[in-house]
Design a protein around this ligand. Structure first.
Ligand SMILES: CSC[C@H]1O[C@@H](n2cnc3c(O)ncnc32)[C@H](O)[C@@H]1O
Ligand SMILES: [Zn+2]
Length: 439
């Protein structure tokens, strides 16, 4: 008697990511109740299972859904609003003034919906987000059916969302309680950066993260200015200050980590921190090149992030994979630096590990949730195909993504998103905000 299952996916290649190894050919992935229950040769799958549905993908590669380890999803509404500026001028002269005028619950909900649609279509199934009005972001991710870790943001200055560090934490906690039972949502504590958060607020951040057993998500060592200012104000480099305040730990994700002395790498490694590498944002803001090879050699987990659409200006992990691989080679003048399979692991299982979600997502492994992405390698631009992993990183793009599943639910089918909200409506929303922000 064959076992009933909900779905059998039969791609040409399956890249499980873990265990690492050559792509599996002519295998199938069996899914029941949103979970992967087996990865096995198709011949065996035909005998063993009675699927409710079979999806044949004869020229596709199936990979785990991609994990965006750092995003400000709502900033999709500010794509292209201020280009070609370095970080501090970009923030102080353009972005923060625009945010203080326009950010609201409606802004965050609409912007996050747009970003979720862009991410899902590009194969991203999990987003580690950090933005104001986390409740509005959570609503949008839930509506889009996308997995997200929503940041409880903390700054020491007032914004439309909250007045001071206590207010950010109190409102963030209320939001977390509101979504506590949601199957796709979880929360982290997200102090913005060392230069916007006081020692006293960091102490509350650490206490809250300990109490809730959540991660900490923070921008660190993005520019040299940040380090000089910290030395002038606190007498130590930002990471040393965070270590002193107890903010560094196995659940801490440091975003950017571009300017690192040996002592900084040593601190990250000793505390078991992870790094969210955002190569495109680092290039576009002229921040520099993160020393990814050094970080990996020190045993530090490195995942990939897009950052927000105002500093990228795409929310596209295929782009980040390619940029990460190419930048590492340029930085070290070593073509062997960051090979394709390592970069794919960074965009999947390493991101999942950084989020403490490796038991749930990040690889095509029995027992994990069925967050999956199919990429069509049958077209002209990906011919011939000697190695699908090479094509994923160096040749293909998000335009080749055809199917995306989250928890076994189809979110993109043959390139067409299956969201409750249609593209036409999303375009109308974007146009409305464009008018508001332009005036
Ligand atoms: C507390 S909500 C997030 C806050 O961060 C700003 N932001 C966006 N990108 C970056 C970046 O690369 N470095 C530092 N801060 C960034 C965003 O505009 C919000 O104000
Ligand atoms: Zn950021």
């Amino acid at each position: 008697m064959s076992e009933p299952i909900d779905l059998l996916i039969h791609p040409r290649w399956t890249i499980t990511v873990e265990p690492a190894g050559a792509p599996l050919e002519d295998h199938a992935v069996a899914i029941r109740d949103g979970r992967i229950i087996a990865v096995l040769p198709m011949d065996e799958a035909r005998l063993r299972f009675q699927p409710g549905e079979t999806v044949e993908l004869p020229q596709h590669v199936l990979i785990p859904g991609l994990v965006n380890l750092h995003a400000h999803a709502a900033m999709n509404l500010m794509r292209g609003i201020a280009d070609d500026l370095p970080l501090m001028r970009w923030l102080r002269e353009a972005i923060w003034p625009a945010e203080s005028r326009h950010v609201s619950a409606a802004f965050v909900r609409d912007g996050t919906l747009l970003a979720a649609a862009e991410m899902l279509r590009g194969g991203i199934t999990t987003c580690n987000d950090m933005y104001f009005y986390p409740g509005a972001a959570a609503e949008a991710f839930a509506e889009a059916g996308m997995r997200a870790v929503v940041g409880i943001v903390v700054l020491d200055f007032p914004t439309p969302w909250a007045s001071d560090a206590d207010d950010y934490l109190r409102k963030g906690l209320e939001t977390r309680d509101r979504f506590a039972k949601h199957p796709l949502l979880s929360f982290s504590v997200a102090p913005h950066a060392p230069y916007t958060v006081s020692d006293a607020a960091f102490e509350r951040v650490r206490a809250l993260a300990d109490e809730l057993d959540t991660g900490i998500h923070i921008h660190v060592h993005e520019t040299e200015t940040e380090i000089h200012e910290s030395l002038a104000t606190h007498g130590v480099r930002p990471l040393a200050r965070l270590a002193r305040l107890g903010v560094l730990g196995e659940n801490t994700i440091g975003v950017h980590a571009v300017h690192l002395a040996d002592m900084d790498v040593e601190l990250l490694a000793r505390h078991g921190c992870s790094v969210a590498h955002c190569p495109t944002s680092n290039m576009k803001l002229g921040s520099g090149i993160a020393p990814v090879t050094r970080l990996l050699e020190a045993g530090i987990r490195v995942g990939l992030g897009t950052d927000g659409a105002a500093s990228n200006n795409r929310v596209d992990l295929f782009q980040e994979m390619r940029h990460a691989a190419l930048l590492a080679k340029v930085a070290s003048l070593d073509a062997g630096a960051l090979p394709a399979h390592r970069v794919l692991a960074m965009a999947t299982i390493d991101g999942a590990r950084a989020l403490g979600m490796e038991a749930l997502i990040g690889s095509i492994t029995p027992g994990k949730q069925a967050d999956l992405c199919a990429v069509d390698l049958g077209g002209l631009f990906t011919q011939p195909c000697f190695d699908p992993v090479s094509h994923l990183v160096y040749s293909a793009g998000r335009e080749h993504v055809t199917h995306v599943w989250v928890n076994g639910e189809l979110r993109v089918n043959k390139g067409v998103p299956l969201l409750h909200i249609h593209d036409k409506e999303l375009l109308r929303i974007a146009a409305l905000w464009h008018t508001k922000l332009a005036n």
